[in-house]
Design a protein around this ligand. Sequence first.
Ligand SMILES: NC(=O)c1ccc[n+]([C@@H]2O[C@H](COP(=O)([O-])OP(=O)(O)OC[C@H]3O[C@@H](n4cnc5c(N)ncnc54)[C@H](OP(=O)(O)O)[C@@H]3O)[C@@H](O)[C@H]2O)c1
Length: 272
Amino acid sequence: MQKVIWIIGASSGFGRDCALKLLQNNTYKVYVSARRTALMQDLADKGAMVLPVNVCDENSVQAACQTILDKEQRIDGLLANAGLGVYGMVEAVSMENIEYQFNVNVFGVARCIQTVLPTMRMQKSGRIVITESLAAHASCIGIGWYAASKHALKGMHIALRQELRNTGIKVIAIEPGRVKTDFWQTAGANIPNNITDYQTLTNSFMAYMNKPSYWQTSSTESTVNAMIDALTSDKPKMIYRTTKDAKLFPLLMKIIPNWLYDKIVWSQLGTK
Ligand SMILES: NC(=O)c1ccc[n+]([C@@H]2O[C@H](COP(=O)([O-])OP(=O)(O)OC[C@H]3O[C@@H](n4cnc5c(N)ncnc54)[C@H](OP(=O)(O)O)[C@@H]3O)[C@@H](O)[C@H]2O)c1
């Protein structure tokens, strides 16, 4: 029997590359979702079923899930991967944008997992794979609300993993570091710079972000391989740290004092 896998956030980046790799063999029925369905036409041409979803809209998540259940009567794997970065100094980001950050990255994941879990509990099997981040461990200037959203996901996924022990459902986190995807264009697009006292810092942050070495350091490959292992292998890991920086930072955060961490961040931005 082909396993049924639903990837949310599949119109670009990790989700798209994961779908492409899963579609290379016939073992899986792959459903792909995001808002920009036109970008997933080539996935459809390769055999994926495209379902429009805006994770901020509960009805669209439920309607897509129902379509899968009507066709397949089961869901074996959910990749809750939709996410974006609302960057900027903590005080400068508007409440509206902070809410948007949490609506997509946290409540969006909540909507997706609560929609599939009743089916997975009935099946007594399933995989919930959540794309978290290195930012679930470390925060720094300019990414405060994004890091807060990924810390929130981490807090939730550990509880869920424990709650679902002995149900046949596994909950797995993927923690990439900085990888070249459209994420960086979205995150860099609307960084607010309207408070005079933060302008120097914001400019340094934006200049740092625009350095190619900041995010063009790694391809999606190791993260996609981890996602596929998490969704399909008999013995998946609980957490996959998929890039060098994602492996390094959680260790670093445990061993270096806070004052030294702050100093390193400031010096990276070329400030003192
Ligand atoms: N790239 C990195 O360096 C990095 C590092 C750590 C973690 N991550 C995480 O990896 C995940 C995927 O990001 P990516 O790097 O692959 O970036 P990306 O190329 O920008 O992809 C983001 C995906 O999320 C979808 N999405 C955003 N808002 C959505 C909404 N409201 N409803 C449904 N789908 C939505 C987008 O589709 P539509 O816009 O078409 O809806 C797109 O398919 C995110 O959770 C991100 O936080 C990325």
